[in-house]
Design a protein around this ligand. Structure first.
Ligand SMILES: [Ca+2]
Ligand SMILES: [Ca+2]
Ligand SMILES: [Ca+2]
Ligand SMILES: [Ca+2]
Length: 402
């Protein structure tokens, strides 16, 4: 006789006895012939009355997965993509879960909760996966050196703060292909990394992205707000070598301190859609955005509003290639308005032969929302130029309307 057969013979009477015992516990008299089932559903009453996974709850008593001892009514919800507490919601009520691309998920709540306003937690993510943040505010400097998506519960629900002492998120490893941030706010960052050439300049208070070799890291922002963050260069965002895609986001310079630009793009290909960059005030060139000669910026249906430079380029200081156009999906008008600087031009074009700006379907304001004193100026201009909604192209020598 095989071992399997002997086990079966032992197990069979035991389960029959158990089924009978369960029946005795109820009021139903036991019969050998089960009543006719006219519900159309499989008759599994005898199976459910046994606690198959040993968690103390039978299927009949509400164990929503009687093959998983970590799932039963009242169980602790775990970061495992399973409904542990049997309320029909998976991983509900959890605050910080990390799900690696391979392997089991785990809670990072304790790591995040360890930070305070005066001492943000330093957290490294070195494994590819998804970090899911629930409602709450955490004080962190989050360094990402793997392909990671960070997703919050919404810009008004999930906030990561640098406590005015550290950059909130750092993306800085050449092995990283793609990092995505969505549905969260980064605030009160204070740059901790330095500009590559001018090491005395801290760069990227809210978000810092460094990708120094091919293929470049793709950094995607969807529904991200960056506020009240400070740096010498790029108070909200500094990108060196990353490919940056920004959609439905907001960069606000209120309570920010910057010498040069809220958004600083260097050796970067940037596409910014349906996004607002506003209220930045720089003591040097470039209020809202600074585009270096090896960078490009395509604006679609986006808004640069109320940015200031104490030098040149209230909205943008441009050495590279920039375009302003309507939204790619909704055709919404772009706006570059109410940006100011003393020297001339919402956009200032520096003396680089390849520096260019083209505008189609963007509104450069007029009257009270006009840029002051001009819309576009450049190193070789005889006078600053003013536009409203016409299409035009400018180099550092001057503009032509299309
Ligand atoms: Ca069970
Ligand atoms: Ca169970
Ligand atoms: Ca649940
Ligand atoms: Ca779970």
């Amino acid at each position: 006789m095989s071992i399997h057969r002997s086990l079966l013979l032992i197990a069979l009477p035991f389960s029959l006895a158990l089924a009978q015992a369960c029946d005795k516990a109820g009021d139903k008299p036991h019969t050998d012939t089960p009543p006719e089932d006219d519900t159309g559903k499989p008759d599994d009453s005898e199976v459910e009355d046994v606690d198959q996974d040993g968690d103390g709850i039978t299927g009949a008593d509400g164990d929503c997965d009687d093959d998983d001892a970590k799932s039963y009514p009242g169980a602790l919800e775990l970061c495992d993509k399973v409904d542990n507490d049997c309320d029909d919601s998976i991983d509900d009520g959890l605050r910080v879960c990390f799900y690696p691309t391979e392997g089991e998920g785990s809670s990072m709540e304790a790591d995040f909760d360890a930070g305070s306003a005066s001492s943000p937690a330093e957290i490294l993510l070195t494994t590819a996966g998804t970090l899911v943040l629930g409602k709450g505010e955490w004080f962190v400097s989050l360094r990402i050196s793997a392909d990671v998506s960070v997703t919050g519960a919404g810009v008004d629900e999930t906030t990561l703060s640098g406590g005015d002492s550290v950059s909130v998120i750092l993306v800085e490893d050449d092995l990283v292909d793609a990092v995505t941030l969505s549905d969260l706010t980064l605030t009160n960052g204070q740059a901790t990394r330095l500009h590559k050439d001018v090491a005395k300049y801290p760069a990227g208070g809210g978000l810092y992205c460094l990708s120094s070799s091919e293929p470049h890291t793709t950094l995607t922002l969807e529904g991200v707000s960056i506020t009240a963050s400070s740096a010498v260069v790029g108070s909200a965002l500094y990108s060196l070598g990353c490919t940056v895609n920004i959609n439905n986001s907001n960069f606000d310079g209120i309570d920010a301190i910057t010498e040069t630009a809220g958004v600083f793009l260097e050796n970067t290909t940037a596409t910014i859609s349906n996004t607002t960059i506003q209220n930045f005030s720089a003591t040097q060139d470039g209020g809202g955005v600074y585009v270096t000669s090896d960078a490009s910026l395509a604006l679609f249906g986006s808004h640069l509003l109320g940015n200031k430079s104490a030098s040149s380029g209230g909205a943008i200081f441009n050495q590279g290639q920039i375009s302003c156009a309507v939204g790619q999906e909704d055709g919404a008008e772009g706006t570059i308005q109410s940006n100011t600087e003393p020297g001339g031009g919402g956009v200032y074009i520096d003396e680089y032969d390849s520096a260019i700006i083209s505008s189609t379907g963007c509104d450069w304001g007029s009257g009270t929302d006009d840029n002051s004193p001009d819309d576009v100026n450049g190193d070789g201009f005889t006078a600053g130029q003013s536009f409203t909604t016409e299409s035009f192209t400018c180099t550092y020598l001057g503009c032509t309307t299309n």
